[in-house]
Design a protein around this ligand. Sequence first.
Ligand code: GLN
Length: 246
Amino acid sequence: MQKNSLKLRIAHLYPDLLNIYGDMGNIVALEKRLRWRGIEVETTKITSGTTIKADDYDLFFAGGGQDNQQILAANELIKNGVELIRAARAGKPMLVICGSYQLFGKYYITLDGKKLRGISILDVTTKAADTRFIGNVTATCDFLPIRTIVGFENHSGLTYLGEKAEPLFKIKVGNGNNGVDKTEGARFNNVFGTYLHGPILPKNPHFCDYLIELALNNKYDCKIPLMPLNDEIEFYAHESRICAKY
Ligand code: GLN
């Protein structure tokens, strides 16, 4: 157990719209890894029509969704854009996957040519193509103690990074943002956008803990070391998904 009484408040954005490929598992992983350490956690489902107050939450999560749901989610995000941008600038961690990653960028153009305006927290743009990238991904990164990241991608959007976005991961096996430049996802401050479902956090516990640490450090304004957990099963899952070609 951690010594102090600590608490994180998670905002789960639009689970009524953005909820495919098991992305909900990311919330479960965050909650479990907090509770196993004796850290209190409260998750609020932010459904359509809710007005978000950034100060009410310490960590934000949004999952993937198909184009029809994205159209509705885009409107909701725009309505709450100012508060979400305020939270991002304040260093609150946010993990946004696939459909929501696209909407945290500048825009997403669907296959039938509809332009969905994003909230521009990430300097990325996305346009749907007529082939889908589907499959397991192995990537690397330089900000985590264990450098490999595994996940599953399923998207037709091709995403390109602008000057202000840094790539989140580097593709070793798979397609990532656009199948060409070997980038996967994007980062701005503590906002992480990625195409990786899986869900990503249960099988990358090092990434899950990184988000938790960022949220705690940001909330309590000091470095709070996390108690280690027995991650034998989690890393078994992680390693079993590393693509043989890597
Ligand atoms: N509409 C998006 C795409 O296919 C998002 C899909 C998703 O969230 N998995 O690119």
